[in-house]
Design a protein around this ligand. Structure first.
Ligand code: C2E
Ligand code: CA
Ligand code: CA
Ligand code: CA
Length: 278
């Protein structure tokens, strides 16, 4: 039994070492990756449901490393734990503003670009100077930039978050509540925050055509949002049935594989150049 215990400890320590080394290597690679320009933005169109036109786009970061394209789920947590997230956020905001302005300068119809920020950006209005700087340098008008924040990001430091959001609003930037429905708050509570838009999480959208109770909840969310003057965007819409249903119950915008996954810049430009109706 003693030996067994020791073996377990040995293998545990070995795994821990590997884990730690892997993380250290990943952190190192990410740090230099950011400096060397290995980050890339992908773009996912957001459609006006009724008119079926692209009205917005969400910028989603990717890391091109060792000939692989790495998804944010694999490196954002490490970036957050190591503080690299500040450099990453800064790069994303500058690049998104620069790109949106470049599209306008090419004569493409203007769309709103949405960026995802990390939680720390809402503490003591950290993101405000960053965003101001990015708008100034790019020349993008503030009304074309949208900032997405999750419920947990704003609930944790309510006063700080409110202050940050008010500053962004006063600059003319729109705010979207990301992943709505995955937290605990009611819509009326959310009204304390100056959100322009609610992004209804994929988990709400998934069964909407089969689950009558889920559909009823969704209908009331959409109508309440409407009453409160907030737009609704359905995320993770994958089928035409979902698209049709969401449109019928008054959801304003649709984002999901049914129209397009997140795609590289050139591919998104093709979408913008084409006759944008579906
Ligand atoms: P999110 O902000 O909720 O982004 C939506 C995610 O859903 C994206 O994953 C997108 O590719 C995926 N998606 C969109 N439509 C569909 C669909 O129809 N079906 C399915 N199954 N998935 C769909 P992605 O790009 O891997 O991003 C994951 C998360 O990483 C994001 O969730 C966001 O929280 C975070 N993230 C992405 N880019 C950034 C960034 O630039 N900065 C920060 N701080 N976080 C980011
Ligand atoms: Ca988002
Ligand atoms: Ca989301
Ligand atoms: Ca989501």
């Amino acid at each position: 039994a003693k030996d067994l215990g020791r073996n377990q400890i040995c293998s545990y320590t070995k795994e821990m070492n590997e884990l730690v080394r892997h993380r250290v290597e990943l952190e190192h690679a990410l740090r230099y990756g950011i400096e060397r320009g290995e980050l890339e933005l992908f773009y996912q169109p957001q459609l006006d449901a009724k008119r079926q036109l692209i009205v917005g786009v969400e910028a989603l970061v990717r890391w091109r490393h060792d000939e692989k394209l790495i998804s944010p789920g694999a490196f954002i947590p490490i970036a957050e734990e190591t503080g690299l997230i500040l450099d990453l956020d800064a790069w994303v905001v500058h690049e998104a503003c620069r790109q949106a302005k470049a599209w306008q300068d090419q004569g493409l119809s203007p769309v709103t670009i949405s960026v995802n920020l990390s939680a720390g950006q809402f503490r003591r209005a950290r993101c405000v100077p960053l965003i101001r700087d990015a708008l100034e340098r790019s020349g993008l008008e503030a009304r074309y930039l949208k900032v997405e924040a999750t419920e947990s990001m704003v609930m944790k430091n309510t006063e700080d978050a409110l202050d940050t959001m008010r500053q962004l609003k006063s600059m003319g930037i729109e705010l979207a509540m990301d992943d709505f429905g995955t937290g605990y708050s009611s819509l009326s509570y959310l009204k304390r925050f100056p959100f322009d838009q609610i992004k209804i999480d994929k988990s709400f959208v998934d069964n909407v055509t089969e689950d009558p109770e889920g559909a009823a909840i969704l209908r009331s969310v959409i109508s309440l949002a409407d009453t409160l003057g907030m737009q609704t965007v359905a995320e993770g819409v994958e089928t035409m049935d979902q698209f049709a249903y969401l449109t019928r119950i008054g959801c304003d915008q649709i984002q999901g594989y049914v129209y397009s996954p997140p795609i590289p810049r050139e591919a998104f430009e093709h979408f913008l150049q084409e006759d944008r109706s579906w």
